[in-house]
Design a binder for this molecule. Structure first.
Ligand code: ATP
Ligand code: MG
Ligand code: MG
Length: 655
């Protein structure tokens, strides 16, 4: 049949549904509000919202706001905007912090059940107790065997401010204390015992179950929603699965690095009767899909911050944060660790001293700079949200991580725009052409389709007059048999005009040596095989042309693997591509631009509303040039039009 295939009802995603084929599917997108979302999050959003939509279910936007020091209002706002921009409407907006009371009660319950204890080990001691080649076998501390009553009292003391960050953690009593002897298989073991032991072994040898922290003390503890009520905050490991359960999440979809954490996810839910052992029948079921990564760019918040704000190498800022990032990335480490390391210690760890003090200026225009791959940047560049969703789904959703090249993404955007947006003539670097054989008031009003392949888009009028502008690229002062455009004594066709033109002579600006005027004749014989070039006519009555500044973007880094650069000593700066942004300050667009602007978004994209929409939804194909969108720096009413190149028309085109 002609029914379009629903990508959520195929392959891996269908398998996930079939494992728990409930009537009321509930998912969630759970970002930490500690930065701007990036292209990887477009996958997480598309997967969670799309899955729920396909199975007639609901998807919440959950702010995972359990780390007061890192959360900022602007991130909450931007995250919600990006979800909506992608065309999704959250069923509910929730905050993990709204459940702090309930989470605390469950933590006490866990203590009462003898499944959690307060531990006073330092980060170093914890590392040692987890064993390994340097430390020998795993071991537990003296507090591990305290009574539930003692632990409850100490946990309340934590809550009431007796300890500073790093001095106490509430730990889940998981498998740190399980001895290898308990699961060593012997010859006498029956098949059943062997199976039990193998299961125990896999749990006991998973670092995600080595008595991971449930609560930690925060010194910097002002929370944007709960104020100064709490000094202790729940960890990701304690919070995430329980909030999933509170919200009735059926399918908890996350990225593959969380797969080793799945047993910990289930452990806590089972320990508190939110799930049945070895069953996904009751409570949320976690499943993991591959991460989406784009090569040739960077997505790390710390690193983008260095590009946006500049750096001083050896400063307590970016470099020190990178150390904390390392801790954050592992997720298994105590989140309290970052508080126990002083900035000075962190700096010592990341700089060798030689480049300390080196000042590096900002490299990009902000978090939404079109050369970045944050969602705000992709939007500003003019990438339609539908193209991003298509990109994610075309790559497919499976357990495999995808490392995609920038040009693969660009190709997807190009194909999408090719079919959708209207077309106009835009001249990037204009040269004035005067027709010596036409009267001063000559005017041909031409009716031109916005898209020759799609009559539905309608037409618009353009003036052909005595003076027009063509692109510098389309002219050569010396003719050449391989050049098919305009040169002295030669002729060329014009797109959307009746007759070809021929060049008589040209002039150069003596101060710059650049050609600044061409004299030509309208109506010429043109040899077969010659190109038809684009142009814009000059007519005050038609308010033509519209002047614009055009920004062409190229990869931000010279190397294809910017993640491997030496960021900590500022080495990234030497690798920034000096041609990553090329400006054409004097570009000209034909008048149809105004119609496109008034009709934007055109075509109507899910997630983009008319009227008050973001400027970037004013998009068009500049014939023979590139795809463009209106930039946020524009003040069109005051005649300031700034256009961003979304993508080139062809891969590797110079423009
Ligand atoms: P980052 O550290 O890359 O900025 P994060 O993992 O801290 O991102 P969260 O706010 O924790 O971001 O992520 C919210 C959701 O988005 C999580 O479910 C996470 O798994 C998912 N996610 C994050 N990065 C990617 C990615 N590159 N591809 C797919 N999903 C992602
Ligand atoms: Mg995170
Ligand atoms: Mg991360």
């Amino acid at each position: 049949s002609n029914e379009p295939v629903d990508p959520f009802k195929q392959g891996w995603l269908k398998g996930v549904y079939n494992e728990k084929p409930v009537k009321e599917v509930q998912t969630r997108f759970p970002p930490e509000p500690n930065g701007y979302l990036h292209i990887g999050h477009a996958k997480a959003i598309t997967v969670n919202f799309g899955f729920a939509k396909s199975y007639g279910g609901l998807c919440n936007l959950r702010y995972d706001d359990t780390n007061p020091a890192k959360e900022e209002e602007q991130f909450f706002v931007s995250i919600r905007e990006m979800v909506e921009w992608l065309g999704f409407a959250p069923s509910r907006i929730t905050y993990s912090s709204d459940d702090f009371d309930r989470l605390y009660e469950l933590a006490e319950e866990l203590v009462r059940r003898g499944k959690a204890y307060v531990c006073h080990c330092s980060a170093e001691e914890v590392k040692r107790r987890r064993g390994g080649p340097e430390h020998g076998p795993r071991s537990v501390c003296k507090d591990w065997s305290r009574t539930a009553e003692e632990n409850l009292a100490d946990f309340r003391a934590m809550r009431d401010g007796k300890y500073r960050a790093g001095e106490a953690h509430l730990r889940m009593k998981q498998y740190l204390g399980t001895k290898a002897e308990e699961y060593e298989v012997t010859e006498e073991d029956s098949a059943e015992v062997k199976k039990e032991k193998a299961k125990l072994k896999s749990l006991a040898e998973n670092p995600a179950l080595w008595d991971v922290a449930a609560y930690r003390v925060k010194n910097e503890n002002y929370h944007h929603r709960t104020g100064d009520k709490w000094r202790i905050y729940p960890t990701y490991e304690f919070t995430h699965c329980l909030c999933d359960s509170f919200e009735g999440v059926s399918h908890s979809l996350c990225t593959v690095e969380f797969e080793t954490l799945r047993p910990a996810y289930n452990w806590l839910l089972e320990a508190l009767d939110h799930k049945l052992p070895s069953s996904d029948e009751k409570g949320p079921m976690q499943r993991e899909y591959g991460r989406l990564n784009v090569e040739g760019t960077i997505l790390s918040k710390r690193r983008i911050a260095m590009l946006v704000g500049g750096t001083t190498v050896g400063d307590s800022g970016a470099a020190a944060d990178d150390v904390a990032d390392g801790v954050d990335a592992i997720k298994l480490e105590e989140e309290g660790d970052e508080d126990t390391e002083t900035p000075a210690e962190a700096i010592k760890a990341v700089t060798n001293g030689s480049s300390a003090g080196r000042k590096i200026p900002p490299v990009v225009r902000g978090w939404d700079d079109p050369r970045l791959f944050t969602l705000v940047a992709l939007r500003r560049r003019g990438v339609p949200p539908g193209a991003l969703k298509k990109f994610v789904l075309d790559l497919g959703v499976t357990k495999a991580n995808s490392n995609t090249a920038i040009h693969t993404l660009d190709a997807c955007i190009r194909t999408y725009l090719e079919r959708t947006v209207p077309r106009l003539m835009l001249v990037l670097d204009p040269i004035k052409v005067t027709f010596t054989n036409l009267p001063d008031d000559y005017l041909e009003e031409r009716d031109v389709p916005f898209d020759p392949k799609d009559k539905e888009k309608g037409t618009h009028k353009i003036p052909f007059t005595k003076v027009i502008y063509i692109d510098r690229d389309d002219f050569r002062e010396a003719d050449d048999p391989d050049f098919f455009r305009l040169s002295p004594g030669q002729s060329v066709g014009l797109m959307n005009a009746e007759h070809p033109i021929s060049c008589k002579t040209f002039h150069k600006d003596p101060s710059t040596g650049k050609i600044d005027a061409i004299e030509a004749e309208y109506g010429a014989h043109v040899l077969p095989g010659k190109a038809r070039i684009h142009w814009v006519g000059e007519s005050a009555a038609h308010k033509s042309p519209v002047k614009a500044e055009v920004r062409i973007f190229n990869p931000l880094f010279k190397t294809a693997r910017p993640n491997e650069l030496d960021w900590k000593s500022g080495g990234y700066f030497d690798d920034v591509n000096p041609e990553s942004e090329i400006l054409y300050p004097n570009a000209m667009v034909e008048r149809g631009f105004e119609e496109i602007r008034k009709n934007a978004p055109w075509p109507k994209e899910e997630g983009e509303k008319g009227g008050s929409s973001h400027p970037s939804c004013v998009r068009f194909q500049g014939l023979r040039t590139a795809f463009f969108a209106l930039d946020t720096d524009s003040v069109v009413e005051e005649g300031k039009v700034v256009l961003n190149r979304i993508v080139s028309l062809k891969e590797d085109s110079g423009k």
